[in-house]
Design a binder for this molecule. Sequence first.
Ligand code: NAD
Ligand code: TYD
Length: 353
Amino acid sequence: MSIVVTGGAGFIGANFLLDWFRSQDETIINVDKLTYAGNLENLASLQGDARHQFVRGDIGDSTLMTRLLAQHTPRAVINFAAESHVDRSIHGPEEFIQTNIVGTFRLLEAVRQYWDGLSAADRVLFRFLHVSTDEVYGSLELDDPAFTEDRRYEPNSPYSASKAASDHLVRAYHHTYGLPVLTTNCSNNYGPFQFPEKLIPLVIHNALAGKPLPVYGDGQQVRDWLYVGDHCRAIQRILEIGRVGETYNIGGGSQRVNLNVVHTLCRELDEFQPRSDGKSYQEQIAFVKDRPGHDRRYAIDATKIDRQLGWKPAETFESGMQKTVRWYLDNQPWVQNVTSGTYRSWVEKHYCA
Ligand code: NAD
Ligand code: TYD
């Protein structure tokens, strides 16, 4: 038995693979394009492990995906591959449309044809799990109830609009062709191996480098933070016992305003690695121009996954943040490679020679 995972060299995909192999031996075929966000160093501990088969490739490459599915006959496909950073989508939306919409469409087509050719028994067991985001629901007012699965889609950024489009395609492939799909809409993740363009790793990196800690606008935007390991456990649970055709919201129950997140990180760093001048890292906070169309608040109502599948996050915001800060302090060579671009030279040498 095997499963195909796309985007497994990125932040959440890599954490998923590492968690998976801690508890099981089923082979994973990991298809990743290795964009700037894909980094095989995240999977260094799997080197030489036959359970992990890496293929550099694009989910939008129909020939490749068709061949891989025929060759490995997986029982499931989990689609993590995406362009994932809101700020990049504002500056250059094209790649978001190509990968998140066109790429997901082509992947669905390849999977549908593969699934059509399976035996009746295998067709029933097969799953296509699409990993999406809470950002498809748009922005909440401070006193609005948290997002439930039946909330209307109101995406506001090119990123969230492209993810919303991909979710609709996945839904349509279930309703039209009967493909056994599952969709997850998760809140903001944090933890090991997150590229330092996202708030939490960026603040840790800039703090240690003596650079400003950029807080957009008034810093009062709210996100619902989830430790990445909890997200990975939720995906495993949904893959195994989720109800076909359904969507599941996944969240940490940890709503925090951005400024509070930055203050927490500064406090952790003040304790674990104090500044040489004895001052707090908070001195480095700099309020900068706001992101255009910045969503004010996201919050997840995770009642459904709790009641139906018995999933709850294991980490609190405090325990998860402490683990994360420790990880970045203990893995400075990884951060240096990512921020200096050294990992890119490795990719070029191995794949573009
Ligand atoms: P990431 O940007 O860290 O990783 C994305 C991975 O996909 C990279 O390894 C990249 O090389 C790969 N990729 C990009 N385009 C590809 C293509 N065309 N073909 C094959 N591989 C491609 O993203 P992440 O934070 O790990 O997010 C993974 C998924 O989870 C995304 O679908 C994202 O929308 C979703 N999500 C992320 C968060 C979050 O907080 N990070 C929250 C909810 C949902
Ligand atoms: P981010 O990590 O980019 O995730 P998302 O935009 O998908 O929620 O940003 C989290 C929040 O932090 C968001 O409200 C934007 C804000 N932010 C800053 O204030 N400064 C920064 O440098 C970054 C990257 C984000």
